[in-house]
Design a protein around this ligand. Structure first.
Ligand SMILES: [Mg+2]
Length: 378
């Protein structure tokens, strides 16, 4: 593979995210055994759902989505890029979140996201809107910001945008680790150099957002848990994926919130899925498509961990490896990837919401066809 150009790595930060999202979407929430039954070793995206999907429980059939359609990870990433192209402020990011909700644009989102949007919709202050979550819902959408911003602006934007939906220092710190890694890859840094510097860079950013700040009420009680966790994982070596997964579970286990039944590396916690997606993409011998396949084979939150890894892999390897023709809305996502270079959005807010709302409606119709026996009257 010839070395990708800087422009191609910039585009890759968004297209890699979108591909990881679409690749992991069909099996989101599934366990590894069922994924193996339906998708084998996950070498590629299937063309259509096999008839065997009719045998899934209604609860799962209701969640089937058109193959190749991107989900919340990608649409929130593009929204954040659109917001930054207008000139980021917490108030403006709040407008995007609330207007997108009113337009019916958002789909597949988590309860932490929707809780924050409701608080903003009712006039809540941006610094107090975030849900009490140390999940990876901020990290999943953040990669392309590393292509757009740098230095203090990158740090401040990542923390503010992240804490507005996930009000826990850990959710923002893992998002910063992802965005800062994307930035360094686009600047041409080698993975080994990035790995050596990352824990300290994250610790420095944590330090700034652990200090009291007027108007911001996010939970800082976890302190430097993310930078220390990343340091421990990197010290243990990340080359062998199975050993990395075991180490991630070990490092995260003492910090799990109530309700986590097991420390699975694809679960929604900064030091589980967030660290897993980031570090898998920073292995010396990572092959991009194989890395995503290895991630989705593990099950659980497949699309989000693959989206995090995909953004980093795109910033590292460019776009040659990404089958954009398999993305349902490929040309439009491609135009947004170009916007990271031109700094001009290919559609305005209203057009973005309309396009995403149309996909969301189509996704609902698609799922309804798989559950024809569902009765709505009572
Ligand atoms: Mg998703």
């Amino acid at each position: 593979m010839p070395a990708p150009t800087t422009a191609d790595r910039i585009r890759g930060s968004l297209l890699g995210l979108a591909w990881g999202d679409a690749f992991g979407c069909p099996m989101e929430g599934w366990r590894a055994g069922r994924i193996a039954d339906f998708f084998g070793d996950c070498r590629g995206l299937i063309d259509a759902w096999p008839g065997a999907a009719r045998g899934l429980p209604p609860r799962d059939r209701r969640r089937l989505r058109p193959i190749g359609l991107h989900s919340d990870d990608t649409q929130q990433a593009i929204a954040l890029v659109g917001c930054c192209l207008e000139g980021f402020s917490p108030e403006r990011w709040g407008e995007w979140l609330v207007e997108g909700f009113a337009a019916g644009a958002w789909r597949g989102f988590g309860r932490n996201f929707v809780g924050a949007v409701h608080r903003l919709r009712k006039g809540g202050a941006p610094g107090a809107a975030g849900s009490p979550s140390a999940g990876m819902g901020a990290a999943m959408r953040i990669g392309p910001l590393g292509a757009l911003l740098d230095g203090e602006t990158l740090r401040e934007t990542v923390f503010a945008a992240s804490l507005m939906t996930h009000g826990d220092i850990r959710a923002a710190a893992i998002a910063f680790a992802v965005a800062r890694t994307v930035r360094a890859l686009i600047d041409g840094r080698e993975p080994g150099v990035i790995r050596a510097a990352l824990p300290e860079l994250v610790a420095g950013a944590e330090e700034i957002w652990l200090a009291p700040r007027e108007g911001w009420t996010h939970d800082i009680s976890a302190g430097h848990q993310v930078s220390r966790g990343l340091a421990a994982l990197l010290a243990g070596g990340i080359d062998d994926p199975a050993a990395l997964r075991a180490n991630i579970a070990k490092v995260a286990r003492p910090h799990l919130a109530d309700g986590f039944t097991q420390a699975h590396p694809n679960q929604g916690f900064a030091l589980l899925g967030g660290a897993h997606g980031l570090l898998m993409a920073l292995r010396d011998d990572a092959v991009p498509g194989e890395t995503l396949a290895e991630i989705v084979r593990q099950g659980y939150d497949t699309d989000t961990v693959a989206a995090i890894a995909g953004a980093v892999l795109g910033a590292r390897f460019g776009t040659d490896w990404i089958p954009t023709a398999r993305l349902l809305d490929g040309p439009r996502l491609d135009a947004w990837a170009d916007a990271l270079i031109s700094r001009e959005a290919p559609e305005d807010r209203a057009a973005f919401f309309a396009a995403e709302a149309a996909h969301t409606a189509a996704e609902k119709r698609f799922a309804a066809e798989w559950v024809p026996e569902r009765r709505t009257g009572r």
